[in-house]
Design a protein around this ligand. Sequence first.
Ligand SMILES: [Zn+2]
Length: 85
Amino acid sequence: MIKSSKISAAFLCLMICSLCIAAGFFFKPLFILAGIALAGYLWIDKQYLRCPHCGGFENLERLFYAKHHTYHCRHCGKIIKIETN
Ligand SMILES: [Zn+2]
C-alpha cells in the first residue's frame, strides 16, 4: 500500500526543487537547496513510492492517477492501492 501523504511529500520536494532552480539563477546558494530537495524526493521515491508487489518504479503522475482510479502496475500487472486518509 502506498501512502497518499508520501506522494504529496514527494510532489512538494519536486516543487521546491524546481522553484529553487529557477530562483538559483538570481541567488546562487538556492541551487544547494534545490539539490537537497531533489535528494529528498529521490529518497521518498525509493523508500515509499514503489510497487508493493514487485518494487517497480512508478512516476508521480501515474500515482496521482492511481489515487482516484484503479491502477495496475506496469511491471507485474497487480493493482496498486493508494492509502488516502
Ligand atoms: Zn508491480
